[in-house]
Design a protein around this ligand. Sequence first.
Ligand code: BES
Ligand code: MN
Ligand code: ZN
Length: 465
Amino acid sequence: MEIKISSNVRNLPVNFLVINMFENEKTTQNLANTYAIERDGFKGQLGETYILQTYGEIPAEKILLVGCGKRDEFCENEVRTVVYKSVKKLQQMCAKTAAFDFDLGFDYGEAAVIGAMLADYAFDKYKSKKATRVEEIIFGNVSEESIKSGKYFGDAIKFTRDLANEPAAFATPSKLAEIALNLDGIDTKVYEKDEIEKMGMGAFLGVSQGSIQSPKFIHMKYTCQNPKKRIAIIGKGICFDSGGLDLKPPSSMLTMRDDMSGAACVLGVMSVLKYFCPEVEVHGIVAACENMPSGSSYKPGDILTAKNGKTIEIDNTDAEGRLTLADALCYACELGVDEVIDIATLTGACVVALGTAASGIMGNDEGLIKNIIDSGKMVGEKYWQLPMFKEYFESLKSDIADMKNTGSRNGGASAAGMFLQEFIKDVKWAHIDIAGTAFLEKPEKEYIKGATGSGVRTILKYILN
Ligand code: BES
Ligand code: MN
Ligand code: ZN
């Protein structure tokens, strides 16, 4: 889909002219006022659409009228929803070209482009019959900058969704490393297995040892002239989570190619930083491997030693994400950054608690957590803070090591957070659990089934502010 701007959107010979309508108000088009509102009683509720023939009265073949709800309740998030709904309708009508003549009183470009690109998304790489797409969209009453910014957001989200949707046979640890090495404007160092051993990442190595895919520790760096702040973002990169020897049942394993959604998010964010040029140094970190059962797998009862020297008794090989993150967190803390944010499809318990509506967030710094939650609100991603009471560590206590990797199923999302905290040293830290939001089993909100790109918009917005 091509996205353009024009100062003359009303007079283009497109398939559809898309105009907005607030509840109980007239539109800027007489045709719409006469037929949709007066004759047919179209109300203009948020996301409602109405199609009108123009019979040569204006250059566009048809008008798509889209409801925006009440004017005083309409903000950027509603722009995204409304544009998403419009583009879905245009696809249904097999439209090839559309011009958006929205009259909103603010520069709605960024949110509109994100909405359009979310609607345009399909994972049809492996389908012989490709999805129906709108070829060209032209927006009016927006700035060049807002459109550009929206495109980079949209590109990053698409990048992440594509990668997380890919079968595990494609998105292997080596593939993630190769992608990271090819990112524009990013310096990447990939550590191979022997170097990972030398760095003392026993927890990460333990998880990886059952797979024939070799582990890759990926460190990407974006920097600028005088960074005002230094941040590390870490993504869980389990390219396939079979559970290991504590094998998952088939239904739970079905979508476990998505267990690198955190890594895909970090890669997506890194892929567009160059175009935004934020005055921040950003380190993107991924400990990539598979969690597989085999003769060489790590076993329940094993004791692993993480990079910071802490020992971990393996209680369940399916609690692998926190082990790989443990070493990545130690590594990030040693970089001397101001803030560390990790993002992971970490616990089924988080899905039980929050469903697909919100990601869990916790950490050791209320300010950082609040800023991430607020960035999410601006771009339409929801977070809910989960507690980090010391009681949650009780069940992780081990008789033979410093801790166990799992304990009680109850309070599992918080317990996982408490586990991660053991590997944080002298840094502001936030942990985001996207187990429920990263990958959908049915279409919801502005997403088709599959990967959503959860976290990309929020983390980008956070970095840019
Ligand atoms: N990758 C899973 C968590 C997950 C579950 C992600 C559902 C997305 C959807 C994680 O590695 C896992 O297996 N967690 C276990 C931990 C348990 C063994 C303590 C879980 O949540 O069941
Ligand atoms: Mn697991
Ligand atoms: Zn996992």
